[in-house]
Design a protein around this ligand. Structure first.
Ligand SMILES: [Fe+2]
Length: 351
């Protein structure tokens, strides 16, 4: 007799299909580099990487939260080396974690455009554009973290040859005739709540302009970032010393990359006890879809992060995101924060 399937348990037939196909999972397993699962990596700068033959560097996949809409990877380019050129039918946003280098981007038969990057640089690879990354230092390695929509492409097409070897130019993503595509200054739209920045290359994400977004907590500042016509986007959030942001939850695909200060994030599913994830520069946290999460600054400087996300993580702004107001929060969480701040001699100041 067939065993009854409990709510939220994977049906045996679905499991059979997942095991049989799972094209994205099979692809990353075939790459021969480590795959980090869960929702968190403590530091992309010290994460253990493996030799990545296909790319010509070292790497590890960050396959967080089993959400199949966007996954990350960390890549290292040895001193004086470069990666193999690649083009791909999925989107990618790159955040440089350390080192200095350059990237050349082109469409088949069109002029090549090159820009230089360093720690804190943020850029997107225009859809299906050839790109090659170089380490500009002869002595220091370079590392970056990237978020891609590769899971979507692999689940849909199931064919690496098609994904990496299709010659099509997406004119609305990248104009090869535009010599200043990667060098022109970004365009700010600060009249929108939370702010919007259109830019194809940001030299240092820590230095962009931010606008107040106090719905998320007093003193919180923000900027949404759209790059190279991508559906995937990023946003920078900053909040003050001695404060934390309101708990919230949303759809899948957000990867929160911590840029400075120190602190922790609590994550919990409805009715369950929160789990604590400590962070500093280089930490990445990816809350699963629908999981409550809350970021706490315990350091002596304002906390800043850049979240890279699939568009599925974004809520309709007029409805606002689902969040827990400070007056409704669990008082034990505030007490925990006061104790954590006391350890680093920081005075709690929730305004
Ligand atoms: Fe979030």
């Amino acid at each position: 007799m067939a065993r009854p399937v409990k709510e939220f348990e994977v049906h045996p037939y679905v499991q059979f299909m997942m095991d049989k196909y799972s094209p994205y999972r099979k692809w990353i397993e075939s790459e021969g580099i480590p795959i980090v699962s869960g929702s968190y990596v403590a530091d992309v700068r010290t994460l253990e990487l493996g030799d990545w033959k296909r790319r010509g560097g070292k790497g590890a996949y960050l396959s967080f939260s089993d959400q199949l809409v966007a996954d990350g990877y960390v890549c290292e380019i040895s001193a004086g080396e470069s990666l193999e050129p690649q083009r791909q039918l999925y989107e990618e946003i790159v955040l440089v974690a350390e080192g200095q280098g350059a990237t050349t981007i082109w469409y088949e038969g069109a002029p090549k455009r090159t820009f230089e990057w360093e720690r804190g640089s943020l850029f997107a690879i225009p859809l299906n554009a050839w790109h090659q990354h170089f380490n500009a230092s002869g002595t220091e390695r370079a590392r970056y973290m990237a978020l891609t929509s590769a899971p979507v492409a692999f689940e849909l097409y199931r064919d690496p040859d098609f994904i990496f070897n299709t010659n099509y130019i997406f004119k609305d993503r990248f104009d090869p005739a535009d010599e200043e595509f990667f060098s022109k200054p970004g365009q700010y739209y600060t009249e929108y709540y939370g702010g919007i920045l259109h830019s194809n290359f940001i030299a240092d994400i820590r230095k962009i302009n931010l606008v107040p977004r106090e719905k998320r907590g007093k003193g919180t500042r923000n900027m949404y970032i759209h790059m190279a016509g991508s559906a995937m986007l990023a946003h920078v959030s900053q909040f003050p010393v001695g404060r934390y942001k309101k708990a919230h939850r949303h759809g899948p695909g957000a990867h929160v990359c911590m840029l400075d200060s120190t602190g922790y994030t609590l994550m919990w599913d409805e009715g369950e006890a929160p789990k604590k994830y400590d962070w500093h520069e280089g930490s990445v946290i990816s809350p699963p879809a629908g999981t409550w999460h809350q970021h706490y600054n315990t350091g002596t400087e304002p906390c800043k992060f850049v979240a890279l996300h699939a568009n599925t993580a974004v809520q309709r702004e007029e409805k606002g995101i689902e969040q827990i107001e400070f007056e409704d929060e669990d008082s034990a969480l505030k007490k925990m924060y006061e104790e954590e701040c006391a350890k680093s001699g920081v005075k709690v100041d929730m305004g």
